[in-house]
Design a protein around this ligand. Structure first.
Ligand SMILES: C[S@@+](CC[C@H](N)C(=O)[O-])C[C@H]1O[C@@H](n2cnc3c(N)ncnc32)[C@H](O)[C@@H]1O
Length: 213
């Protein structure tokens, strides 16, 4: 994502044109998809890798961005009739993100930078809803229950220093008590699930927002 953003900033027209050249009818088939996926996984050219990322995102199953434990993108082909380049969306993104700084770091490091009066929003990996919800474990390293506790403790600690912290997660008994015990206010809301291996599971799931401070 960060490489993609940097490529857009460097030369948006050149980047979008290069990306559009991948979105042809001939490239919308399984064979080409897996060829590009292999290329992406070993690609060191930043512009090419970012273009392939957009191609994969728009041609893969459910738009799911999933890597295995070795950091290899492994989402299967998605079978869409005519995927399109999100040109308008990318241009809009550059405008709105013009004043943003993107960093890839552990949340503890990022949160350590917060100062009194700042607001921190955390969107951590969801706690699993059931033993089979392996979809929540989609990145190298994982994020287990101990990590959820450490994050909640960090949020409580920052709140005491005048930094408001908002954490989103699935609404479960465990998450409610995790955040309540650390003095957060809880708000519950419904969201439309779009990522699930089982289409009948793509229904509304409850989420919560825990607000610290
Ligand atoms: C629910 S997703 C957030 C999705 C994001 N809000 C978006 O719209 O694309 C959880 C994210 O937490 C990241 N993550 C996992 N462990 C982390 C850590 N220790 N520090 C920071 N981020 C972490 C994962 O890589 C994943 O991208």
């Amino acid at each position: 994502m960060i490489t993609l953003y940097k490529q857009l900033l460097r030369n948006k027209e050149r980047f979008i044109k290069a990306t559009e050249s991948l979105f042809t009818d001939e490239n919308n088939c399984e064979e080409k998809y897996y060829e590009f996926r292999n290329e992406f996984n070993s690609c060191t050219d930043k512009q090419r890798r970012a273009s392939l990322f957009v191609y994969l995102n728009r041609h893969c199953y459910n738009g799911l961005c999933r890597y295995n434990s070795k950091g290899i993108f492994n989402t299967p082909f998605g079978r869409y009739t005519r995927p399109r380049v999100p040109r308008k969306e990318m241009l809009h993104f550059i405008e709105t993100a013009a004043h943003a700084t993107f960093e890839c770091a552990d949340y503890q490091d990022t949160m350590n930078k917060a100062k009194r009066g700042d607001v921190v929003y955390c969107d951590p990996p969801y706690v699993p809803l059931s033993a089979t919800s392996y979809f929540t474990d989609y990145h190298v390293g994982g994020f287990n229950w101990d990590d959820q506790i450490l994050l909640a403790e960090k949020a409580e600690h920052l709140a005491k220093q005048g930094v408001r912290v908002v954490i989103s997660n699935h609404d479960t008994k465990k998450t409610r008590s995790l955040y309540k015990e650390r003095n957060a206010k809880i708000t519950i809301f419904d969201v439309q699930r779009t990522i699930s291996c089982n289409p009948s599971n793509r229904k509304k799931a409850k989420e919560l927002l825990a607000i610290f401070g």
